[in-house]
Design a protein around this ligand. Structure first.
Ligand code: ACM
Length: 268
C-alpha cells in the first residue's frame, strides 16, 4: 500500500481553488507513477484556518457529507481510484460548527470525525467533537483519524490503536514545534504508522496570527521517519508501507506493547 501527504498553502476562503490544487497534485502523482492508495490532506484544507469570528466561520462551513468539498473529494477519489482523508469545516444540522475530517473513496463518505481537542482561538467557533474516534477499512488498511492538536493527548492515538488502527491519518495545521517529534512517540508507543499532513504559510486575520510549520511526516511502527516535508514550502510525498506490520505489537525481548499495559494500575 502507498500512502501520501500533500502539504498545501490554502487560499483563504476559496474551497474551489484549494480543491483544484489538490486535484492537480493527484494528476501529477498519477502521471509520474507515484499515485498513492491513501492521500492525507491538511486540516481545514479547503478554507484556511483563522476565521475572524463565528459568522465568518459559519459562512465557510458546509454540511458533511452533502457540501461541495466532500462531494468534490469523492469525485476526485472516484476519478483517481484513491482514498482521501481531509480536514473540512463542518456546519451541523443543529447549527453547531465543527473542525472535522472525512475519509472518502470512490464509494463515497467512509468515515466522519469531529476534532475532539479544539485548539486555542478555534474555540471561538468550533464546538468540541462529539463523535467517536473512527477506524475504517479503506485503501487496504484499517485507518484511524485524528486532527492536529489531538496529538497532544496520547489517549487519542491509543484509542485508535486499541480499536485496531494500523495507520493513523492526521490532517493538521501545526503551529507548535513539538508535534513532528511527538508523532514519533505516538507511532512507537502504539506500534502504528502515522501520516501527519500539515500546511505551510501564515494567516493573520482580526488580530490573530498563525504560522504553520510544515514538516508533514510519515512514521513507521518502529518510530522511523519514512517521509518528511519541508518547513516552508508546498510539497507532496508518498511512501510504500505494509500496514500488517502494525498488527504485531511484540518487542524483541518478549514484551507486547498493548498486552503488557498495566490497566489494573492506570487511573484514566
Ligand atoms: C491545531 O490544532 N491546528 C494547532
Amino acid at each position: 500500500m502507498r500512502v501520501g501527504w500533500i502539504q498545501t498553502l490554502p487560499l483563504f476562503g476559496d474551497p474551489a481553488a484549494n480543491l483544484s490544487a489538490v486535484a492537480a497534485t493527484l494528476d501529477d502523482a498519477t502521471t509520474t507513477g507515484r499515485a498513492a492508495d491513501l492521500w492525507v490532506l491538511p486540516e481545514l484544507f479547503a478554507t484556511g484556518y483563522v476565521f475572524a469570528d463565528r459568522d465568518e466561520a459559519r459562512r465557510n462551513c458546509e454540511p458533511v457529507p452533502g457540501g461541495p468539498t466532500v462531494r468534490g473529494l469523492v469525485a476526485l477519489a472516484r476519478r483517481t481510484g484513491c482514498a482521501i482523508v481531509a480536514g473540512v469545516a463542518e456546519s451541523a444540522p443543529d447549527g453547531r460548527l465543527f473542525n472535522s475530517a472525512v475519509a472518502v473513496d470512490g464509494a463515497g463518505l467512509r468515515a466522519h470525525y469531529r476534532k475532539a481537542h479544539v485548539f486555542g482561538d478555534e474555540r471561538r467557533w468550533a464546538s468540541p467533537g462529539d463523535l467517536p474516534f473512527p477506524v475504517v477499512e479503506i485503501a487496504g488498511a484499517r485507518v484511524g483519524i485524528m486532527i492536529c492538536f489531538d496529538w497532544r493527548f496520547p489517549e487519542t492515538a491509543r484509542t485508535l490503536a486499541l480499536a485496531g488502527a494500523q495507520v493513523i491519518a492526521h490532517p493538521s495545521n501545526l503551529v507548535l514545534p513539538h508535534c513532528p517529534d511527538a508523532m514519533v512517540t505516538r507511532a512507537l508507543e502504539n506500534g502504528v504508522f502515522t501520516v501527519t499532513c500539515d500546511r505551510v504559510g501564515t494567516e493573520e486575520r482580526a488580530g490573530m496570527r498563525a504560522a504553520f510549520i510544515g514538516r508533514s511526516r510519515v512514521i513507521g511502527p518502529d518510530g522511523v521517519v519514512l517521509s518528511e516535508g519541508p518547513p516552508d514550502r508546498t510539497a507532496w510525498g508518498t511512501v510504500d508501507i505494509t500496514p500488517s506490520r502494525a498488527d504485531d505489537k511484540r518487542l524483541s525481548g518478549g514484551n507486547d506493547i498493548l498486552a503488557d499495559r498495566r490497566t489494573d494500575l492506570y487511573r484514566l
